[in-house]
Design a protein around this ligand. Structure first.
Ligand SMILES: [Zn+2]
Length: 121
């Protein structure tokens, strides 16, 4: 689940920095020039939910196991949240874009034109 996304068409690799700077929406692959959509919300929501659930369990264990206040659980929580935020780009996913009818027609049109050119030669 946690890995950097690759282009759904040609599997071109994108760096951590590139992925973290991407916005939700459509993007064109630098390698194959095909379109794909960048999806950030669903993966990030699941990731944050998992981290929150783990921290709640961790904090409940700490609260019920010790009576005196300790700074170490607070620092552990802070470190876990920081690590979770830094790992957010690993939850980004790329999906191939379905072409609209007009885009399909223009691609098919080009293909027919190329075939027609070959026939005339
Ligand atoms: Zn590509």
């Amino acid at each position: 689940m946690l890995k950097l996304p690759v282009c759904p068409h040609c599997h071109a690799v994108y760096s951590y920095k590139e992925v973290s700077e991407m916005h939700q929406g459509d993007k064109i692959c630098y390698h194959c020039k095909k379109k794909f959509s960048v999806r950030k919300t669903a993966g990030a929501f699941i990731w944050i939910s998992v981290i929150c659930a783990l921290l709640v369990v961790f904090n409940l264990i700490i609260i019920f196991s010790t009576d005196d206040f300790n700074i170490i659980p607070v620092l552990t929580d802070l470190a876990a949240v920081t690590a979770a935020v830094l790992m957010l780009p690993l939850t980004v996913r790329f999906r191939p874009l379905k072409l609209t009818k007009s885009e399909k027609r223009s691609i098919r049109g080009k293909g027919e034109k190329i075939q027609a050119d070959k026939k005339t030669v």
